[in-house]
Design a protein around this ligand. Structure first.
Ligand code: UGA
Length: 429
């Protein structure tokens, strides 16, 4: 099929590359001309495992191309995906101005029937607004359908999630675009569920909020574990074996972050409020998440007492593993909190150091993870990178002025760490 994707962020670029990989012809549109040039030249603006290879391969076969012309993209495809940012506003609501602008641009370029698919995360009832806008601005007065097709990929695993989706959600207001949507997704062999547009939009916010709730739930359990000497890892394993609960997203941590969960929670609370419902449950999810960071910082200050003039090593700056994304990263927030207390920081991340430089001032960036602890009073793990598990612990212990390790991601076994001579403090264990 011929497909156009507007917006080459995480969702748009990965979707475009994966659609091309399964055989579709894909045009990716972005209004950032510099980004389009970078992509045309084989450059990738984000780190995402497997993405670079996929983009290069499909550009070379001619199935994937980039342009800054929305009109060109609309003209050449029958199905147009919108994957532009929907950033938060100061009051927690969603800024839909990019969506509205793209809807107008698509409308202006339409000369025949098109299926316009919203992939961006949007508040319920946005599809109806997009349809209204297109109708208003389409001078050619042609038929069209608006579809909601939310995306469920995780950064760091985006290609994998897109190629093997658990489900594909297609929200429609008539049956006409259903066949085209099924054809788009046929090569992925995933169950397709067809709903009305409002339900599809709600599935996305309800899913992300539920996953955030799951993390806050286990983080709350971790507080009880800390107070009783129980082990949150074992509690999660025991809970997770119940198929109704499931083990995934029950990893206690210093809190969740990123460009999705915090934003989507605020947005969903705001949407509910506008509909007359006080979503107190989700406010509590937010509160537990904020408190979790406070508790972790307190663990550090309780042990090190005064942080002024102390040197602390921090491993991990990205908001999670396998990405260079530092937006709303708990690791960056932790660094800021430690700096505020007067600590000097030596930091490392396998992929996110360049992006972190814009956010972190007056820290020492260290290229080798095994050198971070050099001369430090303590080491902190802030992101769940797999490679941190391969840290040279003997070297780290010797490098620290005192062998104290705070693990905000529970990467090591407490008994083993104690055996190695560390004062080891993790979450709920
Ligand atoms: C999330 C959802 O998982 C995706 O399904 C969704 O498509 C995406 O948002 C989106 O809306 O675009 P993402 O934010 O990329 O994906 O990453 P996650 O793997 O969900 O992690 C989010 C945060 O939760 C990270 O800070 C991570 O460290 C933390 N987390 C995750 C935990 O603290 N514990 C866990 O058990 C799992």
């Amino acid at each position: 099929m011929k497909l156009t994707i507007i917006g080459t962020g995480y969702v748009g670029l990965v979707t475009g590359a994966c659609f091309a990989e399964v055989g579709h012809h894909v045009i990716c549109v972005d209004n950032d001309a510099a980004k389009v040039e970078l992509l045309k030249g084989g450059g990738i603006p984000i780190y995402e495992p497997g993405l670079e290879e996929l983009v290069k391969k499909n550009v070379s076969t001619g199935r994937l191309s980039f342009t800054s012309s929305t009109a060109g993209g609309v003209e050449q495809s029958d199905v147009i995906f919108i994957a532009v940012p929907t950033p938060p506003l100061a009051d927690g609501a969603v800024d839909l101005s990019f969506i509205e602008k793209v809807a107008r641009e698509i409308a202006g370029a339409m000369t025949g029937y098109k299926v316009i698919v919203d992939k961006s995360t949007v508040p319920v009832r946005t599809g109806a607004k997009v349809a209204e806008t297109i109708k208003r601005y389409c001078k050619a007065r042609v038929d069209f359908d608006v579809v909601s097709n939310p995306e469920f990929l995780r950064e760091g695993f985006a290609v994998e999630d897109l190629m093997k989706p658990d489900r594909v959600v297609v929200g429609v207001r008539s049956q006409r675009p259903v066949q085209a949507m099924k054809e788009v997704y046929a090569p992925f062999n995933a169950p397709v569920i067809v709903t009305d547009i409002n339900s599809a939009e709600l599935i996305k916010h309800a899913s992300n909020s539920f996953l955030a709730l799951k993390i806050s739930y286990i983080n709350a359990i971790s507080v009880v574990c800390d107070a009783t000497g129980a082990n949150v890892h074992e509690v999660a394993a025991g809970m997770g074996m119940d198929a109704r609960i499931g083990r995934r997203f029950l990893d206690a941590s210093l809190g969740f972050g990123g460009s999705c969960f915090p934003k989507d929670l605020s947005a969903f609370i705001k949407i509910a409020e506008q509909l007359g419902y006080d979503f107190g449950l989700l406010k509590e999810v937010q509160r537990i998440n904020t408190d979790q960071m406070d508790r972790f910082v307190k663990k550090i200050t309780d042990t090190l007492w005064v942080l002024k003039d102390k040197k602390i090593g921090v491993l991990g700056l990205a908001f999670k593993q396998n990405t260079d994304d530092v937006r709303m990263s708990p690791a960056i927030e932790l660094c800021a909190r430690l700096q505020k207390e007067g600590a000097a920081l030596r930091v490392h991340d396998p992929k996110a150091m360049d992006k972190a430089r814009a956010l972190l001032k007056d820290v020492t960036f260290v290229e080798d993870m095994n050198e971070v602890a050099e001369g430090c009073d303590a080491l902190v793990i802030a992101t769940e990178w797999e490679e941190f598990k391969k840290l040279d612990l003997e070297r780290v212990r010797k490098a620290l002025s005192h062998p104290i390790l705070f693990d905000g991601r529970n990467l090591f076994d407490p008994a083993e760490m104690e055996h190695l001579g560390f004062i080891y403090k993790s979450i709920g264990r």
